[in-house]
Ligand binder design. Sequence first.
Ligand SMILES: *Cc1c(COP(=O)(O)O)cnc(C)c1O
Length: 224
Amino acid sequence: MIKENLRLIQQSLPDKVTLIAVSKTHPVELIREAYEAGQRHFGENKVQEMMDKKPLLPDDVKWHLIGHLQSNKVKYIAPFVHLIHSVDSLKLLIVINKEAAKNNRVIDCLLQIHISTEETKFGLDAQELTQLLDSSEYAILSNIRVCGLMGMASFSDDLILVRNEFRGLNNLFQQIKSSHFHSDSSFSILSMGMSGDYVLAVEEGSNMVRVGSSIFGQRVYNSE
Ligand SMILES: *Cc1c(COP(=O)(O)O)cnc(C)c1O
């Protein structure tokens, strides 16, 4: 089932698009099934859950943190995380830089941009993004690398709205690439698109999609 889902999704994606299998809430057995089908990039939205799963899976799994990250939890994932998609403040970037330095590594990050009409979603707006990248505090960070942008579109059936949000993010990505990263080829990732909208996102220029339920099935949350 998972193997077939992955195959169908991979088949529909252009070669340049990286598929992140979002495994949050799903047990390690299902992740292993995806791993055995060749999937290597996995996304989790909680630090604790990533920490619990990592030791139970092979070392060549590439772990993506896609959910909101609290500064006090960075230290747990700093030794191994492959890419943090959800950086939305200079303060957080500074903490990531510090923890990366302790581990003698450079941590790749995406800056999360608020593109949806929803209030609840995290992220910077275009002005805050520019401010961050222009700041002297950012300029001295040598153990993080900003590799691109991430965004989540509105949870909506209005495909025109969703497409416009993706298009806007791609425009911002291109603009920032030329204004702040013109000589830096590592600024190359545009992470947008989930199960319900990744086809649209790819049409609008995404090269990294974060797909959960279309691979693993619906998530079941424990009611608390
Ligand atoms: C859960 C989640 C996804 C995947 O959602 P699906 O609709 O299950 O594909 C993608 N991105 C983020 C940030 C998420 O939290």
